[in-house]
Design a protein. Structure first.
Length: 116
C-alpha cells in the first residue's frame, strides 16, 4: 500500500519506540499548534515522567514509519482529538486498548465513534 505522508502529517513518538523497538504502550491525540503535526503522541512502556519531560526523547516521524512499526495505527489515525488510550498486550501480542478517559476496555470501532 502506498501511503501519502502529506495527508497524515507528523507523529510525535518516543525514541524508545523508534530506536529501542519497544512496543507502543500509550497514545493520545490533541489538537496541535503546528499544522504539520496531526496531534498524535506515542509513548512506550519504558517512558516515565522524567523521560517524557525531556523533549529530546521524542522524534517526529511520518505515517510510513509509524505504520510500519504499528500497522494498526492506520485504523486508529482518524480517532478524534481527546483520544487517550493504553495499548494492552498478552505475551507480546496486542490484544486491545484501554480508554483512559472513560476508564474502560475498548476497541478501534468504539474509539473512532467518540466525538471531539
Amino acid at each position: 500500500m502506498k501511503i501519502d505522508n502529506s495527508y497524515f502529517g507528523g507523529f510525535v513518538v518516543s525514541k524508545n519506540v523508534i530506536d529501542k523497538h519497544q512496543p507502543i504502550r500509550y497514545s493520545f491525540r490533541e489538537k496541535s499548534l503546528y499544522d504539520k503535526l496531526n496531534g498524535w503522541t506515542i509513548y512506550s512502556a519504558l517512558d516515565d515522567d522524567e523521560y517524557v519531560a525531556n523533549p529530546s526523547n521524542f522524534v517526529i516521524v511520518n505515517a510510513t514509519t509509524l505504520f510500519t512499526i504499528a500497522p494498526v495505527f492506520y485504523e486508529l489515525y482518524e480517532a478524534p482529538y481527546g483520544t487517550d488510550i493504553c495499548w494492552m498486550y498478552e505475551k507480546g501480542v496486542l490484544t486491545g486498548f484501554y480508554d483512559l478517559v472513560n476508564n474502560e476496555e475498548t476497541d478501534i470501532k468504539r474509539i473512532l465513534e467518540k466525538k471531539d
